[in-house]
Design a protein around this ligand. Structure first.
Ligand code: FRU
Length: 536
């Protein structure tokens, strides 16, 4: 949240510019006054076809996700009255399939200078909180209340954890005024983003929150009284910036009954390729203490950090609570932007989108555990046309002609690079104006890369396209398997069934219409399958 620290000023100046006067920031400021020029062009060019965006206003982190009564709920850090970060509300959207989202009225409003920061929500099935009225299980949201007045006065105890509850399956919310805060500030300036979950193994509510340079764990019987139990992470993993938005859950190793615990931990700055990024840790939890797996410790030491996504645009992602056990998936969504430039990207009506929802799995190879992420299978429902490409073999630049027959602003592109050599395979999406986005595999130095420096507008921020994104890969593999999800302004690359992921946004002046590949030694492409999506 680096740049937001100075935000009161930024917010007020933007508000003045946009709406002519400082609007009240309280719960009563419900109308939106974001106006803009040529919004139709921006809607057409940049409003994603299927990644969630708020109709208007600013969005950052996903919050409070849970499943109940047929809907996946997604809340998010939202400032409906401006297109930069400002007084934080919890916006709300619902979906039956994690792909098509319907925006709902604001869920939780700030109160004057007390902003509603990131947090989580649980379905309190047995009404352990006593906040239920008896008809449906209460949903309890736990979030950080951030006091802007204290922030301006340079106080330490700026952040505390509060709860709100819903007795209609998450559609309307009431703050728990008589009981807040449920966790007072213990004298730590950055003390936020509680993620609460039911810990079935130890039969307790647990909560992880970010405390500056570590995560702290708490437990509770009733979601109202929380006891601090331990912390994790000081001097472990990446620490280039403040830790934010953790998540903590137990997950089965694919294909076994063994379970491990995963800590997801965002930080800003200090991400894999600059700015905001999300690392993860795998270990064990005895109900009190999280202990890193021994081999994972080695991996963290070697690689400095292990990232859930190596792209610049997947931040503050966390997972859904209460996904039915018959489904059993661990479902994740991230904010598809980066604090380095999120407030400057060239949209005005809204700013930011979420990533595609992903399923996270834990895999074990030998004694090494790692996470893989892949787009949720529900995306396949929206495939309206499939073109299978001919295998391609040759040197120099080759066109993948099937891609030209598909609207690449909503598509899934799959292919395998066979018989990998010590070579660089560069794939290029391009359009008639000469804009291009390149990605691929450097199999001499063993990394994936993505370069958006020629992919349209990038002068709004020096940090946006000044470096090529890289993700190290295993050098011993014979084949590289690519699955790529394309929307108007985003690319999500899932490599080798989600072993490595790169998510980035771009702002071309025209859609991409072709895809080519180039190599020096020659390339063999197989399993070319291009899916047209139709999600509107
Ligand atoms: C992460 C973050 C959180 C905070 C929220 C405020 O992007 O900085 O730590 O709760 O954004 O909007």
């Amino acid at each position: 949240m680096k740049s937001k620290k100075h935000l009161p000023l930024t917010f007020y100046s933007v508000a003045v510019l946009l709406i002519g006067a400082c609007k009240p920031t309280s719960a009563t400021a419900q109308t939106t006054a974001v106006t803009t020029v040529s919004t139709s062009v921006e809607e057409k060019m940049y409003r994603p076809n299927f990644h969630f965006t708020p109709k208007k206003g600013w969005m950052n982190d996903p919050n409070g996700m849970f499943y109940a009564n047929g809907y996946y709920h997604l809340f998010y850090q939202h400032y409906p009255d401006g297109n930069k970060w400002g007084p934080m509300h919890w916006g709300h959207a619902i979906s039956k399939d994690l792909i098509k989202w319907e925006e709902q009225p604001i869920a939780i409003y700030p109160n004057k200078d007390k902003f509603i920061f990131s947090g989580s929500a649980v379905v309190d099935t047995n009404n352990s909180s006593g906040l239920g009225t008896g008809k449906t299980a209460p949903i309890v949201a736990i979030y950080t209340l951030h006091d802007m007045t204290k922030e301006k006065e340079n106080k330490i105890d700026v952040e505390q954890q509060d709860i709100a509850f819903s007795n209609d399956n998450g559609f309307t919310w009431q703050k728990f005024d008589e009981g807040n805060p449920v966790i007072k500030n213990p004298g730590i300036r950055d003390f936020r983003d509680p993620k609460a979950t039911w810990d079935e193994t130890h039969k307790q509510w647990i909560m992880v929150l970010a405390a500056q340079d570590r995560s702290q764990f708490y437990k509770s019987k009733n979601l109202k009284n929380w006891e601090y139990i331990s912390d994790f992470g000081k001097n472990i993993g990446a620490h280039g910036g403040v830790w934010e938005c953790p998540d903590f859950f137990e997950i089965k190793v694919q294909g076994t009954n063994e379970t491990k615990w995963v800590l997801i931990q965002s930080l800003n700055p200090g991400g894999a390729n600059g700015g905001s990024g999300t690392q993860y840790f795998i270990g064990d939890f005895d109900g009190k203490t999280f202990t890193l797996d021994a081999n994972f410790t080695k991996k963290v030491e070697q690689e400095k950090a292990v990232w859930i996504d190596y792209g610049k645009d997947n931040y503050a992602g966390v997972t859904w609570n209460n996904v039915p056990s018959a489904d059993g998936r661990r479902l994740f969504i991230g904010w598809m932007s980066n604090w380095d430039y999120a407030q400057d990207v060239p949209t005005t009506v809204w700013r930011s989108a979420t990533t595609i929802a992903r399923e996270i799995q834990l895999v074990k190879k030998g004694n090494d555990y790692s996470l893989v992420s892949n787009p949720v299978k529900e995306i396949n429902k929206y495939v309206s046309k499939t073109i299978k490409g001919k295998n391609l073999k040759g040197k120099g630049k080759l066109s993948i002609p099937e891609a030209g027959k598909i609207d690449l602003t909503q598509a899934i592109v799959n292919f395998n690079v066979k018989n990998l050599k010590q070579d660089t395979y560069t794939f290029t999406l391009s359009n008639a104006t000469g804009e291009s986005l390149s990605f691929g595999l450097n199999n001499s130095d063993h990394y994936l890369f993505l370069d958006r420096s020629k992919a349209g507008k990038n002068d709004f921020s020096e940090k946006f396209a000044s470096t090529i994104t890289k993700a190290l890969v295993d050098g011993n593999q014979k084949e590289g398997v690519f699955k790529i999800i394309l929307d108007k302004t985003s690319i999500e690359i899932f490599y080798n069934n989600g072993e490595k992921v790169i998510t980035e946004i771009f702002f071309t002046n025209q859609p991409f219409t072709s895809l080519s590949v180039s190599s020096n030694e020659g390339i063999e492409l197989s399993n070319i399958v291009i899916n047209q999506l139709n999600i509107n």
